[in-house]
Design a protein around this ligand. Structure first.
Ligand SMILES: CC(C)(COP(=O)(O)OP(=O)(O)OC[C@H]1O[C@@H](n2cnc3c(N)ncnc32)[C@H](O)[C@@H]1OP(=O)(O)O)[C@@H](O)C(=O)NCCC(=O)NCCS
Length: 140
């Protein structure tokens, strides 16, 4: 990750925080720590999402939990998320062929709830706050 990538992660995450469990605003220093402690350590994979070659946001994949998330900059939303997730699923499938990819989506997040079934997620169950989804192993 370059300095620009870290800034992109910070900006896209801050613009998405209404949809996240932790809604505090983060700084560049927080983003740098995230990179050094989790990404560089191999605990989290980060995929930068491009729209027409321009960085539009990122996908993060927590390896131990097999849990995926996506955060796009507001100005690039619509037309990116579904394709980016499908590409990420294929990449992850190669390194984790025996694990289901999981995601927790807030039940107020209409756009992501619409996106999930279109890119291969299946609904597992739901509680008062989240819907829990998985990408079945058959996804290719
Ligand atoms: C959720 C998110 C990744 C979706 O990416 P996107 O590029 O905006 O969405 P896509 O263009 O790929 O659209 C996928 C589907 O979402 C739905 N959708 C898209 N924009 C929508 C909107 N503004 N309102 C409601 N549904 C919408 C549509 O059903 C669409 O499918 P269609 O084009 O076949 O009709 C993106 O909006 C985002 O980053 N949001 C903020 C962060 C977030 O919520 N992350 C998920 C946390 S679990």
């Amino acid at each position: 990750m370059t300095e620009d990538d870290i800034q992109l992660v910070v900006d896209a995450r801050n613009e998405s925080r209404g949809f996240l469990t932790s809604q505090n605003e983060i700084t560049y220093a927080d983003g740098k720590r995230y990179w050094e402690n989790f990404v560089q350590a191999g605990l989290i994979d980060v995929f930068i999402c491009l729209r027409d070659g321009v960085p539009a946001g990122f996908i993060d994949f927590k390896r131990a939990e097999c849990n995926i998330g996506i955060k796009l900059l507001e100005k690039y939303r619509s037309g990116v998320g579904r394709t980016a997730l499908e590409l990420a699923f294929r990449r992850i499938r190669k390194s984790e062929p025996t694990k289901e990819i999981l995601a927790d989506i807030k039940n107020t997040n209409t756009t992501m709830l619409n996106t999930a079934p279109k890119c291969g997620f299946e609904l597992v169950d739901a509680d008062d706050i989240h819907h829990h989804w998985r990408v079945p192993l058959e996804f290719k």
